[in-house]
Design a protein around this ligand. Sequence first.
Ligand code: SF4
Length: 348
Amino acid sequence: MRDSARAEDLLTWYDRHARELPWRVSPAAHAAGVRPDPYRVWMSEIMLQQTTVAAVKSYFETFTSRWPTVSDLAAAEDADVMAAWAGLGYYARARNLLKCARVVADQHGGVFPQNLEGLRALPGVGPYTAAAVAAIAFDLPETVVDGNVERVMARLHDEHMPLPQSKPVLTEYAAALTPQQRPGDYAQAVMDLGATICTPRNPACGLCPWRTACAAWDHGTQAELPKKAPKKRKPTRHGIAYLVKRVDGAWLLERRPDSGLLGGMLGWPGSDWGEEAPADVPPIRAEWKTLNAEARHTFTHFHLRLTVKTALVPMERQPERGAFVEAEVFDPDDLPTVMRKAFALTSG
Ligand code: SF4
């Protein structure tokens, strides 16, 4: 089958089965002349990196109603944006989101660049995000390859070379299929196919518009693909979190340095995280109680186990690090997930 015929088949399927997503212009609206807002497309793509559609939806709605334009976001307070992002993870994205909004507002007059090179030059916009925004927001025939697309291409071509080694080959397959007509709809159609039909487990081949063109379907190998190089085992790191309450109900919090994990986020003062037992570095003089349970969290490259120490301190006691946040201002939802887990243990 010709590549252009495959693209047409997929677009016909997309016209009937496109997912409704808060950042998406439906294929019918797109055909009627509605153009996607590049700000919303960019925001959704940044949020969706490493995160599921289900987890992103409410954050996307909060962000776009609170900061409806890129200039609104550029003018926001850093702390407000970091607090609104809390719980979504991969916090470098939130810092880059702000940096990028400010570059677009200050250097591009609040208008996103309309080509791949211009988008690529923005902070936090890598090759994938630039291609996705170029295709979806500006209907440019750029090749958009995420995990969904890699899986679909590996199956369509019965490609058994393991990821990540196979990435360039899968990208070539995807590029050959990208049409000149409706490339934005096409990019979203492949993502939808991967998310709803050609799923990692039990792909619904019977419903697939590409079944007759699919080499894995033909050979019965779809369940084995894509092949992946074996993952390295994640190490476990250990640390201490100090949860200090003042007698008036205020909590001692510390903003983490901008660089590094959870950078720029508010959290509990703590020790370094390492594979050895952590050094005890209490942020204030107090009588400490160690909780029986640990806060456990898994990051991309390691598992973390946090020992949680708590203390109640008098009004006049001054911390060596961090600052007290009044009880009426403190909201555990402003904290990253691992810090919320530590807090949850104090009420157990
Ligand atoms: S036929 Fe099955 S394996 Fe092939 S692309 Fe469609 S859903 Fe995926």
